[in-house]
Design a binder for this molecule. Structure first.
Ligand code: ADP
Ligand SMILES: Cc1ncc(COP(=O)(O)OP(=O)(O)O)c(N)n1
Length: 268
């Protein structure tokens, strides 16, 4: 069977734990053919981001048009956009109806603290998003107030939805308190608390990228949004568990996207 085609529009991570490289691994793991438009090159490893270099908007346009001319896309995910000008190029294709099942991950700052995007760029895409997946820090930057408790996550999700996205998931991976990893999904009519066991691991590099791409893949395979979101949450938790004893680099390592370590019940 020909796999569904998913497009990721995102930055390159030289350490391959996040960004385009993570997204393509998620596509391969979950049964989609991943295509890619690179918006920026980052010099990055498990220890942090050492430089971020946006691609010229014309180069983004050329990549987008090449993919759109040849592939029938089932879903699209955006991650790091680099600059508002690049976001405008992507938004123009979305406005023309060329980016189906659009999942917008409003990447702003890496966990190591390096700025990878600006709110103004992400906001250009939000009116066209079917789903957006800010973490609580990104949600706070968008709504302009602190977002820490589940109630604040739910309020922020509803407010962000008023800017266009039909569904909003505010993720709580960066909220390290407690034994549960809690996300909040706004469905358009209600907030749903999505809770799963928190995996005890230092290796969480690329969770947000992997989560948003997994949603896009499942949408491309035909899932309704709430099912795609729930699937993605379970997938990311399994990928975190699979890599928790890996020693890749000296810092916050990547996830086990491809299930190399998932053949035993307990991956010790
Ligand atoms: N330690 C963890 N255990 C289980 N799930 C996690 C953990 N860390 C993050 N997640 C999940 O990963 C997904 C991505 O969220 P998050 O880490 O907040 O994204 P980001 O990388 O953008 O900060 C969410 O579903 C979140 O609950
Ligand atoms: C190129 C690139 N894009 C996005 C990120 C951020 O990744 P994310 O999955 O949101 O999470 P962290 O690894 O920063 O927690 C990135 N680092 N690089």
């Amino acid at each position: 069977m020909t796999p569904p085609v998913v497009l990721t529009i995102a930055g390159s991570d030289s350490g391959a734990g996040a960004g385009i490289q993570a997204d393509l691994k998620v596509c391969a793991a979950l049964g989609a053919y991943g295509t890619s438009v690179v918006t920026a090159t980052t010099a990055q490893n498990t220890l942090g981001v050492f430089g971020a270099y946006p691609v010229l908007p014309d180069v983004v346009t050329a990549q987008l048009d090449a993919v759109l001319a040849d592939f029938s896309l089932r879903a699209v995910k955006t991650g790091m956009l680099g600059t508002p000008e690049i976001a405008s190029v992507v938004a123009a294709r979305a406005r023309a109806g060329l980016l189906p099942n659009l999942v917008v991950d409003p990447v702003l700052v890496s966990t190591s603290g390096h700025r990878l995007g600006v709110v103004g760029a992400a906001e250009r895409l939000l009116p066209y998003a079917l789903v957006t997946t800010p973490n609580s820090a990104e949600a706070a930057a968008i709504v302009g107030r602190p977002v820490t408790t589940p109630t604040e996550m739910a309020d922020a999700a509803r407010e962000i939805a008023s800017g266009g996205p039909r569904y909003v998931v505010v993720t709580g991976g960066d909220r390290t308190a407690g034994t549960e990893a809690v996300d909040v999904l706004w469905t358009g009519t209600e907030s749903q608390m999505l809770s799963g066991p928190r995996v005890d691991t230092p290796h969480t590099h690329g969770t947000g990228c992997s989560f948003s791409t997994a949603i896009a893949v499942r949408l491309g395979l035909g899932d309704p949004v709430p099912d795609a979101v729930r699937f993605a949450k379970v997938y990311v938790a399994a990928a975190l568990a699979g890599a928790r004893h890996w020693r890749l680099g000296g810092g916050r390592g990547p996830l086990d996207h491809l299930g190399w370590n998932r053949t035993t019940a307990d991956n010790d």
